[in-house]
Design a protein around this ligand. Structure first.
Ligand code: SF4
Length: 187
């Protein structure tokens, strides 16, 4: 593959990660590579990630995106990742298909807001939030490849830790990831 990052002498692979409409379960699964993370961190530098709470995105070799697109801010962050990351990887069912967040697509945005903020049991002073600081919801939850080109996907909810490990091993070695069998669950 031509656009895999080339290993620069002594330079670490610059990694950016984000969770859009996701639950951070995919990030947690990555951490399940356990002690192998120590070796990985000798070769990878997290330049933007909830793992170290750095929110500014600079040029990165690899961008990992968890979660679907629920609102306009998700779209903005995703486009920023595409513009600044040489390789973009979508991780998890939510990024790939919309996953759990896309269940609201069956009912429509207005019906979901009415149910959540006006009609739900226990709601006090029912009103639908309208603060301009809140990002506007999309009418429909969208998978990320509907908006940007995605170079790789790790499927699963969440993808197995070994799939993350194979992805990073391949990127560091400049080869195609070997993802097959148990590494590609479609649950
Ligand atoms: Fe969470 Fe599963 Fe979606 Fe990952 S794919 S963000 S684990 S619900």
């Amino acid at each position: 593959m031509s656009d895999l990052p080339e290993q620069r002498d002594g330079a670490k692979l610059r990694l950016a990660t984000c969770s859009l409409a996701g639950c951070f379960g995919c990030h947690m699964s990555f951490l399940d590579i356990d002690e192998r993370v120590v070796e990985l961190l000798e070769q990878v530098e997290a330049c933007r990630s909830p793992l170290n709470d750095i929110k500014e995105l600079q040029q990165a070799d690899v961008g990992i995106v968890e979660g679907a697109l629920c609102n306009e801010d998700n779209v903005r962050v995703l486009q920023q990742f595409r513009e600044n990351c040489r390789i973009l990887v979508g991780v998890g069912a939510c990024a790939l298909t919309g996953g759990l967040p896309a269940m609201r697509n069956h009912y429509g945005l207005a019906a979901c807001l009415k149910e959540a903020y006006l009609d739900a049991t226990g709601v006090v002073n029912p009103s639908i939030p309208s603060d301009p600081e809140l990002p506007r919801l999309l009418n429909r939850v969208r998978p990320i490849q509907e908006v940007v080109k995605v170079d790789y996907f790790l499927p699963g909810c969440p993808p197995p830790a070994d799939a993350f490990h194979e992805l990073f091993a391949a990127l560091l070695q400049g080869r195609e990831p070997q993802l097959a069998g148990n590494l590609v669950p479609f649950d």
